[in-house]
Design a protein around this ligand. Structure first.
Ligand code: URP
Ligand code: ZN
Ligand code: ZN
Length: 463
């Protein structure tokens, strides 16, 4: 199968230019002007962008959590990704106590294989940092193809600082990366106690309990651990200006600390917790939504390079049947998380590029090229000869009103209901095959269930 995309604007991190892109089989074969090749499929891409498929480095698909399981399985979650222009997913799998990293990775692969419609990888989530698990880090990096490891400083399955330090030492030796959910367990525990005593346990108090200072403290601790070990660390779902300030201060001193933020922290704010009829529960996620000032600081971080990637933290729970399964009178019992896998690229283009907050080139960096580099996806993340043909033909002018009815995620709401976006994918290719296309008033999945492959990632270069 070959595809010729003609006269589109090829976007890279360093500039954009009009060209033809020729795809043969799974890969981009050549790029040039006026390419004289015959292809099985030719697309007039004049006026459209040719973007590398987005890469979502933060999803929780089919994940057991807080007494339930996230609502998307690998089929529905990856179809939603494809329809949003995301052609590679790096999902978290949380190790169960007693399991090896190999068990944890294999368990998630077994769920994905035969269902995923786009390529995927896995970050082992380390919850049981026994000495043999620390020893296994080298194998995970060099044999399993999973060089990034998630730890939590919050939740019951959090690890202590000693485990964080030991993991940082091992990843430094072998070319890996520790990713950290940075919230102080103890600050949040104390605030939870105070709100429980006062009888204030509705959704807005979830946000108050997960205070900015809890993130700031944990980011600071993670930065200290990275500095102490001389290793590198990646803060997932950074939500606050104060947290970013800690990242920036450490980076200015030469500490290897990186940050990801998510569309929800850039585009939504804490007012959402006051939605009537317990609607605030839709946004019960950790960390929580913040004030618009925090969003503005995160946009600044994306512009100046102190925030390197966007992930969605897609962790969908139905509003009816899951968010409310443990009752409505204690925010601590509400499953944490919200959907977002399908809306990342459209929101980042519309709220970022179309509103002049980031350039088109920066968009490509933070949703694809930089993400591929950060996580060792050597064949993905760029429109360049030899790379996987994971491509989005993107119409920058198309208007779309986000509504759950027109999305493919297997959940009963979207946090972005009613958002009007400018710019939508027109055609999405995964390794040279069309997987989604615009169909009148919404995206349509046209790919093949199970074609998505597990991608072995490369050890990360020294920094
Ligand atoms: O609330 C969230 N973010 N749920 C998913 C798990 C996590 O903390 O990333
Ligand atoms: Zn987290
Ligand atoms: Zn998460």
């Amino acid at each position: 199968m070959s595809v010729l995309l003609k006269n589109g604007l090829v976007v890279t991190t360093t500039g954009s230019y009009v060209a033809d892109v020729y795809v043969e089989g799974d890969r981009i074969k050549s790029i040039g002007t006026g390419l004289a090749v015959k292809a099985d499929e030719t697309v007039d891409a004049k006026g459209k962008y040719i973007l590398p498929g987005a890469i979502d480095p933060h999803t929780h698909i089919d994940m057991p959590f807080m007494g339930t399981t996230s609502a998307d399985d690998w089929k529905t979650g990856s179809i939603a990704a494809a329809c949003g222009g995301t052609t590679c997913i790096i999902d978290f799998n949380l190790q169960v106590k007693g399991e090896s990293l190999r068990d944890a990775v294999d368990k998630q692969k077994a769920k994905a294989d035969g269902k995923a419609v786009v390529d995927y990888s896995i970050h082992p989530g380390v919850t049981d940092a026994r000495p043999d698990v620390i020893d296994e880090v080298k194998k995970a990096i060099h044999e399993y193809g999973t060089p990034s490891f998630k730890i939590f400083l919050f939740y019951d399955f959090r690890v202590d600082d000693y485990a964080m330090i030991r993991l940082l030492e091992e990843t430094k030796k072998h070319g890996g990366l520790v990713q950290v959910h940075a919230e102080s367990f103890d600050i949040i525990k104390r605030l939870n106690e105070q709100f429980a005593a006062a009888g204030t346990m509705s959704p807005p108090y979830h946000a108050k309990a997960h205070a900015v200072i809890a993130e700031e403290e944990a980011v600071s601790r993670a930065a200290t651990a990275a500095e102490f070990t001389g290793s590198r660390i990646y803060i997932v779902h950074l939500s606050s200006g104060q947290g970013l300030w800690k990242v920036r201060k450490a980076r200015d001193r030469g500490v290897g600390i990186y940050a990801e933020t998510c569309p929800q922290y850039l585009t939504l704010n804490e007012d959402r917790y006051n939605e009537p009829n317990w609607g605030g529960a839709k946004y019960v996620m950790s960390p929580p939504l913040r004030t618009p000032d925090n969003s503005a600081e995160l946009w600044q971080g994306l512009r100046d390079g102190d925030v390197q990637t966007i992930g969605t933290d897609h962790c969908p729970f139905n509003f009816k049947g899951q968010k409310d399964m443990n009752g409505k009178d204690d925010y601590k019992k509400t499953p944490n998380g919200a959907p977002g896998i399908e809306t990342m690229l459209m929101l980042m283009h519309s709220e970022g590029v179309a509103k002049g907050r980031i350039s088109l080139e920066r968009l490509v960096d933070v949703v694809s090229t930089g993400t591929a580099r950060m996580f060792g996806l050597a064949d993905k993340g760029a429109i360049a000869a030899g790379k996987d043909a994971d491509i989005v033909v993107f119409d920058p002018k198309r208007k779309f009103t986000i509504t759950q009815k027109r999305l493919h995620q297997n959940v009963d709401y979207t946090p972005y209901e009613g958002f009007e976006v400018t710019g939508m994918p027109e055609i999405v290719y995964s390794r040279g095959k069309r997987v989604a296309e615009w169909a009148g008033d919404q995206m349509k999945f046209v790919g093949e269930v199970g074609r998505g492959r597990f991608v072995k990632r490369q050890p990360l270069a020294a920094f």
